[in-house]
Design a protein around this ligand. Structure first.
Ligand code: NCD
Length: 326
């Protein structure tokens, strides 16, 4: 695995320096190979078993995570906190940046350089594309992106892929349909980039104004993935092994009348699920704002709550790996 600036940062005591994750930033899923992913999934399986058996461990005792969020978050921030604490480490949470020196006009590089005086690893969510890569260049400690604007959300991509694998036992050979806001949805960008490493068929289902960005579409073509684009969910619902539904990202629209036109474009109801395969996974990064009806929640194919739980195991695996403990 190569990070964005090619250097391995030195962190922690008695680390496992041999492993390619040690001391690395995580800013885009394009940095991972299939071997890296198998390794992280294997560690995530162990973390799941550990949490279920004993709840916590002291693997990261004495280590501190700086959790810096410039955008709202429920799942990502709390699962990083839970992951660090279940590994015996502790957390400096900076969520309402209005209460930090950011509100005094401090730049991102200075805030990062401050936090890394106290923390061993930094998790950053920021509204600007490329902010995590920029932070990683300034930081001498590993930076893990928790989403940069409409760019990527690499740890969500990892937990989504891990969920597909956990639910269906394979990734190769699957038909994955991504539905909704493919333009602004950063989780879609990361997951699509990860799926191009596997022998998958991809369907991108979106209204015209929310289609997958050309650049990412081009990456799929270069990787030789068969890609189908449509605005009709009914064209793919009965053939897909995974249906990955997303929220229309209201906060990214310059013109809210455009948002109003597309916000209720897709709604998955029990009637829609009746057309889906018997063995498939219905996923959503959450939060949902109407795209999946509550009556679908009890369907065994509804994987979104398991997906959310998997986020903690994946983040435990990543934290342990970049700090050289696995
Ligand atoms: C996603 C995000 O922040 O991009 N949420 C998450 O981290 N699970 C998806 C979204 O906000 O729609």
């Amino acid at each position: 695995m190569v990070d964005n600036n090619g250097t391995q940062k030195i962190v922690g005591l008695a680390p496992n320096r041999e492993h390619s994750f040690y001391g690395r930033d995580v800013v885009s899923v394009n940095q991972f190979s299939r071997d890296d992913l198998s390794y992280i999934f294997k560690v995530a399986d162990e973390m799941r078993a550990l949490v279920r058996r004993v709840g916590a461990t002291d693997l990261l005792k004495g280590h501190i995570l700086g959790n810096l969020f410039y955008e709202p978050s429920t799942r990502t921030s709390s699962s990083f906190i839970a992951a660090m604490e279940r590994l015996g480490g502790s957390v400096i949470p900076i969520h309402g940046v209005q209460y930090s020196s950011v509100s005094k006009g401090e730049s991102l590089p200075d805030t990062i350089r401050t936090l890394e005086c106290y923390a061993d690893v930094i998790v950053l969510r920021h509204p600007e594309v490329g902010a995590s890569a920029m932070a990683a260049r300034y930081a001498s400690k590993p930076v893990i992106s928790a989403g940069d604007g409409t760019g990527e959300h690499p740890t969500q991509g990892l937990l989504d892929l891990y969920t597909i694998y956990s639910e269906l036992g394979t990734i190769d050979g699957l038909h994955v349909a991504m539905v909704g806001d493919l333009k602004y949805g950063r989780t879609v960008h990361s997951l699509a980039r990860l799926l191009k490493l596997y022998d998958t068929e991809l369907s991108f289902v979106a209204p015209e104004i929310l289609r997958l960005p050309q650049g990412i579409r081009g990456e799929m073509d270069e990787a030789g993935r068969p890609v189908h684009e449509t605005d009709k969910l009914e064209e793919v619902i009965s053939d897909a092994d995974v249906v990955y539904v997303t929220r229309v990202q209201k906060e990214r629209f310059a013109d809210l009348t455009e948002y109003e036109q597309v916000k209720d474009y897709y709604v998955v109801t029990p009637q829609v699920m009746a057309q889906a395969k018997e063995r498939m996974a219905l996923m959503h990064p959450l939060p949902r704002v109407g795209e999946i009806h509550y009556d679908v929640d009890s369907d065994p194919r509804a994987a979104y709550f398991r997906q959310m739980e998997n986020g903690m195991y994946i983040r435990m695996a990543l934290l342990a790996a970049v700090l050289g403990k696995v």
